[in-house]
Design a protein around this ligand. Structure first.
Ligand code: ATP
Ligand code: MG
Length: 581
């Protein structure tokens, strides 16, 4: 299915001059070395992410600029300047080092809601030379235990309420030496744990940031667990070069922006682009503590005068599900640029965004492992709905076959990257062999299938594990799902291959419906007919099942492996990241 391309104006007609004015020139002239000279290194070899993100602004006119405008679930607003965050994170670093004896390389994990203390704590840990590990606050006891045990975390920062949820697993964590409790107003704790507030009040505001080497480990994120057991991807302090560069040229962050990243810090997007990318660019960001609500999100965009918005396909599909009338009640005059990441962004969602906001969502592709955006759409470049865009300048991406040979445009194959960019993961925590297995013949193999067109735009096909072989045809679930959600009744779709004695696999689709639609046999036939009219007969779903909603990870990705396991009555595997309704 072809969708009309969304033509962009040349940059001189933009109201705000984009940071990347011409893709080809940017690619030809790009140099990581030159770009990283824009950052405040201690010397050629030493850099610290928290220093670059926060303290580097203290000797500039951004010192008293707002870095964080936070709004709590109940409407409380707190504001922090760069200088505030510098002082607070210094205090936290002192608590870690002087009170708890944290040393370089120790893991400090965060099991907290999206509250200001998680930002302060993460920055303070990096200043102290520790390795941060953020966890989704919605995780259950086993998910928390697995990650704390695997990483052998020494310190856990949590809250009284969340601690209660996981208290039963602590005896199984011999390496966990200290628990710091953050209390929100009205919260008390009756245990002997360390109180964040009391310790912070007693700690000094000055701290000498540890002069970490660019290769010292800094960040550990467990992958989303969409395809299997989550792995601990580890990033070094050098990664901030990637956060900075991509926030500048892909998110197009500029001095006066009000930026909103909807990702939770438990997911890599919530740190790379919910902390380090915007702050290393000296940009103000707004954070909303609460979860998804179409009404609240629209009003937040309006009230905060958000200019740049970075969100995810699942959220966009939920906004679409709530209808076109609701957004018409709000004004998005300030909004100039929107991006999306995490899953394939269905062309229908790009077209819808363009209709509602008068500008498209700019899809971009990356992984926990890559640390920063690898393939993207840019402000000055036409958007082809359904395409992830083109490789970031400084990144070499290719489509390769199973023998690691690069394929010509138009062929489907393995999406691979030439290793060596600064935010590339440095290992899977204590799984060095698995890490090495991802690099072959001079490529990093992403595990995704894609193709490239004549203009160098990349198109996502599916994860290698999810591609369906039906009667000799290889079908990517994304293509089928995108067609299904074009049907007016369908809100979301997940597609799997179901074993079949004749065709090897047949296509089974699971869909949930938009508000106002009811399940019926007639609707089932109608959706199947609709799909058949738009897809080849091999790609048309043989079976269609209605579900109230699809199983997703905490970062909003459809878990096709779970749909498949349930369908076939097989063990569900790791469900630690499954989002429960
Ligand atoms: P796990 O590796 O544990 O199975 P995961 O791969 O979902 O989980 P992440 O690192 O959070 O964990 O996600 C990266 C993956 O998300 C990519 O490999 C890709 O499959 C998908 N993805 C991210 N952005 C896009 C995009 N713009 N288009 C298509 N797919 C995307
Ligand atoms: Mg992955």
């Amino acid at each position: 299915m072809d969708y009309p391309r969304i033509i962009k104006k040349p940059w001189d007609q933009h109201l705000v001059r984009p940071n990347l004015e011409d893709y080809r020139t940017a690619r030809a002239e790009f140099s990581w070395d030159r770009l990283s000279r824009e950052l405040d290194w201690f010397d050629d070899e030493h850099i610290n992410i928290a220093h670059v993100a926060i303290d580097a602004h203290l000797n500039t006119d951004r010192r008293d600029k707002k870095a964080l405008i936070w709004e709590g679930k109940k409407g409380v607003i707190e504001e922090y300047t760069f200088a505030d965050l510098a002082r607070l994170s210094n205090r936290f670093a002192n608590v870690l080092v002087n009170r708890l004896g944290v040393q370089k390389g120790d893991r400090v994990f965060f099991f907290l809601e999206r509250i200001p203390e998680i930002f302060v704590g993460i920055l303070g840990t990096l200043k102290a030379g520790g390795i941060i590990g953020p966890l989704f606050s919605a995780f259950g006891p086993d998910a928390v235990k697995d990650r704390l045990a695997d990483s052998r975390a020494k310190v856990l920062v949590t809250s009284p309420a969340l601690k209660k949820k996981v208290i039963e697993v602590f005896p199984e964590l011999p390496h966990l030496q200290n628990i710091i409790l953050v209390h929100r107003p009205g919260e008390t704790s009756d245990t002997g744990d360390i109180s964040y507030e009391a310790e912070m009040a007693g700690a000094s505001e000055s701290f000498e940031i540890v002069k970490t080497h660019k290769e010292d480990y800094a960040i550990m994120h467990y992958t989303s667990g969409t395809t299997g057991k989550p792995k601990g991807a580890v990033h070094a302090h050098a990664a901030v070069q990637g956060h900075y560069a991509t926030a500048k040229y892909v998110l197009d962050l500029q001095a006066d922006d009000i930026y909103w990243c909807t990702a939770d810090p438990g997911w890599v997007t919530g740190t790379s682009y919910g902390m380090f990318g915007p702050w290393s660019n000296g940009v103000t960001q707004v954070v909303y503590e609460g979860g998804f609500s179409a009404r609240r999100w629209y009003s937040f965009l309006e009230e905060k005068k958000v200019t740049v918005w970075y969100t995810a396909p699942t959220a966009i599909r939920m906004l679409m599900k709530s209808g076109d009338e609701l957004p018409r009640q709000y004004s998005f005059d300030a909004l100039r640029y929107m991006c999306s990441v995490g899953e394939p962004l269905n062309p229908e969602a790009v077209i819808w965004g363009n209709k509602i906001f008068d500008k498209p969502f700019h899809d971009n592709w990356w992984q926990t492992e890559t640390g920063s955006i690898m393939i993207a759409n840019y402000p000055v470049q036409d958007v082809k709905p359904g395409s992830m865009g083109r490789p970031f300048p400084g990144i070499e991406a290719g489509i390769i076959d199973d023998d690691f040979k690069e394929l010509p445009p138009g062929s489907e194959g393995n999406l691979a990257l030439k290793p060596g960019w600064p935010s590339m993961f440095r290992t899977y925590w204590e799984k060095e062999e698995l890490y090495r297995s991802r690099f072959k013949n001079g490529w990093y193999i992403s595990g995704d299938k894609a193709k490239k067109d004549e203009e160098g735009y990349f198109w996502f096909v599916g994860r290698v594990d999810d591609v369906i072989n039906t009667a000799g045809h290889l079908v990517g679930p994304f293509e089928v799902e995108s067609v299904l959600i074009e049907h007016p009744a369908v809100a979301e779709a997940g597609v799997i291959g179901k074993p079949d004695p004749i065709a090897m696999e047949v296509i089974k689709a699971f869909v949930s419906l938009k508000e106002g639609y009811e399940y019926s046999e007639e609707l089932r036939h109608d959706i199947q007919k609709f799909a058949r009219g738009r897809l080849s007969s091999a790609a048309s779903p043989r079976e269609l099942e209605f579900l109230p909603s699809l199983p997703k990870t905490r970062s909003g990705k459809i878990m096709r492996r779970l749909l498949k396991a349930r369908e076939l009555g097989l063990p569900l595997g790791d469900t630690s990241t499954l989002e429960e309704d």
